[in-house]
Design a protein around this ligand. Sequence first.
Ligand SMILES: O=P(O)(O)OC[C@H]1O[C@H](O)[C@H](O)[C@@H](O)[C@@H]1O
Length: 551
Amino acid sequence: MTIVRTAAAAAEVARAFAALKVERDRVESRTMREMFAADPSRFSRLSLEVDGLLLDYSKNRLDAQTLVALLGLARAAEVESHRDSMFACERINVTENRAVLHVALRAPKDATFMLDGVNVVDEVQSVLEAMTDFAEGIRSGAIAGTGGAFTDVVNIGIGGSDLGPAMVTRALSPYHDGPRLHFVSNVDGAHIHDTIAGLNPATTLFLVASKTFTTIETMTNAATARRWIVDALGEAAVGAHFAAMSTALDKVAAFGIDVKRAFGFWDWVGGRYSVWSAIGLPVMIAIGAKDFRSFLAGGHAMDVHFRDTPLDRNLPVILGLVGIWNRNVLGFPAKAVLPYDQRLLRFAAYLQQLDMESNGKRVTLDGSAVTQQTGPLVWGEPGTNGQHAFYQLLHQGTDVIPADFLVAATPHEADDVHHHLLLANCFAQTEALMRGRTTDEARAELAAEGKAPAEVERLAPHKTFPGNRPTNTILYRLLDPFTLGRLIALYEHTVFVQGAIWGIDSFDQWGVELGKQLATQLLPMVEGKTSPDTRDASTAGLIRAVPRIRG
Ligand SMILES: O=P(O)(O)OC[C@H]1O[C@H](O)[C@H](O)[C@@H](O)[C@@H]1O
């Protein structure tokens, strides 16, 4: 199919958006509270349960008729054929002329994804086998450091070469029975310094993770780690203490890492989609190959669901369309991700890269300006902690911030006391955001507390909650490797659906380049080797201020 939208297709999409604006005027005449009161079947109509994964989107400012209009938009934007193009290995990343095949990374061994005459699944499986030998060797101690079995593994990478494995490792801590894992990403020397401070070089393994193997932060941290090993153990120890994951295996060899310890992947794996590839090696070392395969199988299960399920029962399609409704039709610029699952501590940070790097775009595939707002600001922290920090703004601030709540039905811990409280808090927040508290209700509560009438009037506005604030709730059985794989793939495909509707390239990230280029230009000025006179007054002033303030 044509990936770039034709004028006729663009007109269809514009018509579908126009229909949604009309729909907004109809729906906005009632609050969610009123809609729940009027329709006892609202939850069953506006929720989807697929194999123990429940998406409740009924606490949004929409109804079943809105969904029909949203599905019309998905059809006008040809979401299904875009999806099929991805699965058919077409080069849908048009600005880099690349296929987008992270789905092949989690496909079963007998699957076929033909790219340029090669079934990439065969290559994927052979790297997975090499990773398995290495990871299991580390875990058993058969592959050891110069001082014996590895006690600590340090992943050096940034962006997609850090966030995925760091988030997943933390999420799956109940399955972690391998050596301790650490993640170093920031070029700030504090990060590697603080990480290696307590480690024994003779039992520490460094994994240098970089798709391009040129990223300055990673190369700088890797060089520092190399020096630390050489200083402690001598040059000959480097081979035993380093391994790498990259698409640029020639550069890995040039760094001095043995090719037998280099695990490859391919240009059709975007950095933010790479946790399923060799970049997942630290996860495999932590939880073992069997659980890592289960994580991949969870991703694959969501791929099959996304690929084969009609739009109106398709989880990523529905979640994507609700996001479009909130972003483009209701005009909300941000979205909070609020896992009621402490082990998903890094989930929002992970989704920030996935969503904001994929859909933070201002031109469509043909280079023309987008006609709709694109990706929202994504942010969040786990509940219940967030409740005691920023939820005030969610409830009573002047902006409406739609939020996704995620929670497991089952904890890993035997103690239900904690988990019942966690669930009650999660559901209470979405209820409060939906219902709010009217001024009359606030007055009644204050009066019931025995406040004098003047005091009731004085305090009532402060105790009023507008409500009608949209949330999704995702309820899953247990945060195990399979479920986590499904959850990540759910969000990946949600981002895909939205990118397809906006007609943008969700798989490039040119927006990160300019800052990198300028950093390269500014480095000699910061080092004092060249003059900053050519820069704007602020930048030059800041560079000159450093030695003065440094003293
Ligand atoms: O894996 P690397 O090539 O080192 O790239 C690491 C990261 O840096 C880049 O600037 C991109 O913005 C990210 O998409 C990428 O994940």
